[in-house]
Design a binder for this molecule. Sequence first.
Ligand code: DNO
Ligand code: MN
Length: 355
Amino acid sequence: MQMTMRWFGPVEDKIPLEHIRQVPGVEGVVGALYDVSVGDVWPKDKIKALADQVHGAGLKMEVIESVNIHDDIKLGVASRDQYIENYKQTIRHLAEISIKVICYNFMPVFDWMKTDMNYVLPDGSLTMAFEKKDIDKSLDEVVKEVLENSNGFALPGWEPERLAKVQELFAKYKDVDDEKLRENLVYFLKAVIPVCEEVGIKMAIHPDDPPYSIFGLPRIIKNRDDLDWLCNAVDSEANGITLCTGSIAEEPANDVYDILAEFTRRKRIHFAHVRNIKIIKDKDFYESAHLSPYGSLDMFKVMKALHDNGFDGYIRPDHGRFIWGETGRPGYGLYDRALGANYLLGLWEALEKQR
Ligand code: DNO
Ligand code: MN
């Protein structure tokens, strides 16, 4: 198991690598290039420069989050073949600098959805929350609010240039239902997985966040059966999962511990995002501190499901609240992620010693 933290690079992240290096037990960062447009090949020299910088700070970088998928691939239009060729080239470039896992997602139009980026908890800390009443508004209104409330940061998967055309994007998806989206994912995986096998990289899909349809968009990575379908669709270890406990738990019907156990056993969880969420009511929730008593998940059971089934991948505390006066990119407070990482490492140490 390798504990990591996400780092948004020298321009986008105000947290210096030197500070991440001081978090006990954190061995590496999960990185990405943020100045390459979705769909373009990631240039080798840029990846190398990023890796050199991370290594220079005494940290590893073996996971990329995310190499995002161009909408044309999700839509299944003719131009997808060129974008898939580009993706394969990016995989080859990443393998050359020893990347082992690529996290990606297959959510149409936008990545994760939260309705409140600065939700105030009783102890005065700030977190992200999702309340259904806030997405019952018009699409334009919701998108505008998310972009305005992101504290001036470009959120992952929420590129303002792309979302400026959100209505056009939605129109393109009008004939894409779950079945079609599944076909398009399989088409993509059949093309890239052989390259991954050849160069020793594993793909790891992030579940839909939230794991149910919003704004009528198709959603295909929501629960145990979807993950089972994914694994069987292209039966290769290189076709794997980023198991995000928070995302999966946003659907209260999902049994997170069973899902963790099953897919760890099947050797498909290459990367784990471990965070806790607190269900407020129905499916409304906020992202709580990591400790079990603060959220709806039992984090001991989460870590035990990974541990007892032989988890040997990368892990990171997914999100962190803002505490101790820190501000910045919503969801990525350093202090709370550091506390989370150390809590998870503590649980892991206990599990190891009890073996
Ligand atoms: C939120 C993250 C997601 C995740 C992507 C993976 O902060 O968990 O943005 O990186 O969905 O492709
Ligand atoms: Mn996640």
